[in-house]
Write a protein of this length. Structure first.
Length: 285
């Protein structure tokens, strides 16, 4: 007969509250299903033993050297990065190197697994775009129209942007100032007149690219993103629309707190921390 202690299970499904890398991956997949990622992306478990125990998790946007050192100091068993340290197949892992993948080699050396979320988290409900859209003050949120992965194939990518209306009156300048304060973003730029009243917002964390232009844009519309290309900014101006560029990192960082809270609920025996070494690369001059 099995003992009572042998029947104890954590929310992860493991006996005796022991959480494995595979359990943590399953929990992260609940927060941001991997099938929502863009076809070009590299998400999920990138390195690690699915059977290894997980007691400490470190969340970050980028696996920069300072973050990897922090993970080692905190004895993290799993590093969850928003951006994948690599997108294409890697043929060599060598130190010393300035490439991002060297951080994965270092994590392997001290026993930490590495997981990436990126566009799976962008597209997920309550993911990166939803978190930023709520900070912007949008209501009646809907996904941006999906785009074709390859026009010739007819395949459609999951939507990674959001569109909604402002719950209360605001202007471009007031919204930019609010977001600068709320996010602590040091390098906020605007396209358009600061006193322009806003009626509708389009949110795309990271780099907006051509995504906002799937929607007809005009006066009273604002694109809130991390970064915007010069010619896309000119295109918005021609359409009499506005934009706020928060910087790539600053637009994505807010989602980490949400991920930490949800992961803690799913894995209550695991210590979840947000990296303090993970910082904005652009600073005000």
């Amino acid at each position: 007969m099995a003992s009572r202690s042998g029947n104890r299970r954590s929310k992860s499904g493991n006996r005796d509250g022991v959480v494995a890398v595979g359990d943590a991956c399953a929990a992260l997949g609940q927060i941001a299903p991997l099938e929502l990622a863009q076809s070009w992306d590299n998400v999920g478990l990138l390195a690690g033993d699915l059977r290894a125990p997980v007691r400490r998790v470190l969340l970050c946007i980028d696996m920069m050297p300072a973050v990897v050192r922090e993970a080692k100091k905190q004895r993290a068993d799993l590093v969850v990065a928003y951006h994948p340290p690599w997108f294409r197949p890697v043929s060599r892992l060598i130190e010393p190197s300035e490439k991002m993948e060297t951080g994965v080699l270092q994590c392997i050396a001290f026993g930490a697994a590495v997981y990436a979320m990126h566009t799976a988290l962008d597209a997920a409900d309550d993911g990166a775009n939803d978190v930023l859209a709520k900070l912007v003050g949008l209501s009646d949120l809907a996904p941006l129209p999906a785009v074709e992965a390859e026009p010739s194939s007819g395949a459609v990518e999951p939507s990674i942007g959001r569109i909604g209306r402002f719950a209360s009156k605001t202007s471009l300048g007031k919204l930019a100032a609010k977001l600068r304060r709320r996010l602590g973003a040091p390098c906020v730029s605007i396209v358009g007149a600061p006193d322009q009243p806003l009626r509708r917002g389009i949110v795309v964390v990271g780099a907006a690219g051509s995504l906002p232009f799937q929607v007809p844009l005009g006066k009273g519309d604002v694109v809130v993103t991390g970064e915007l290309r010069h010619h896309d900014a000119l295109r918005l101006q021609r359409n009499r629309a506005c934009a706020i560029a928060l910087s790539h990192w600053s637009s994505e960082r807010p989602v980490l707190e949400s991920v930490a809270e949800r992961l803690t609920a799913l894995l209550p025996t695991v210590r979840i921390r947000i990296s303090q070494a993970d910082t904005e690369p652009f600073l005000r001059a």
